[in-house]
Design a protein. Sequence first.
Length: 256
Amino acid sequence: MRPFRSPQAWALVYAAAEPDDTGIDGEGDEGWGVIIEIVYEKAAYTAILLRDINAPGNTTVNSDEQFTHLPLLLTRLPPPLRATLLDFLATRFDTRASALHLPSPFLKRALGGYIDALVAGGGDVRGAVRDVVISLAVPGAEGGGELKSIDITISRDDIDGFLERGRSSTPSTTTTNTAAAHPEHEHPLWTALQAYINTHLALDLASPQVAVVKIACGAFVIAAEGRVKISAPGEGEREGAEGVAGALVSLAGRVG
């Protein structure tokens, strides 16, 4: 195990006369979590425990013992090795890990928030997001109907058009463009997509019976069953990537 430091904390480590990477805490910086590395002769695997860097009270002190709240575990391991790791964490640290289900509103906010961060930072939305594939679970899927899901692809060339149409449909009283401040259907992208789907498919995207179960784009892939892949951010994309990761940690902290 080794600390997963923030960029600012790593700068302090490298600037030190005798760099030391053995502790988790830096100078006033608790870092972002812990990296777990499992190394074999011909293979290496990594898991990451993340803490919510934006939430107060991440670390609590009880008598002489200190506990760090690390609500989210990200793994990319073969199933048997994942089971071994979870058993190790449960028996060694008296903790419990379970799959994190990601609800439809969360997936919608993740995409909307990422786009908002790109726009605010002057990033290239089309270049970062590229084609967007949205998977919907439709009514009747649980009742044995033939139609289980619908995949909708928004090409990179159409992203700006959807955002423009969505913004033109947004009430003028709106004073902020962050997805977290509004119901998910009010983000410009989802407003435009809802109108498009309603017109061409007669499907109400705002209906609670219609759920977004997966979003795949150039920046990330995120699915309802808890599968997540975040691409290495390019120039101007770091805030969006950190926003998605931060939202995952916050959700894990609330349901954990």
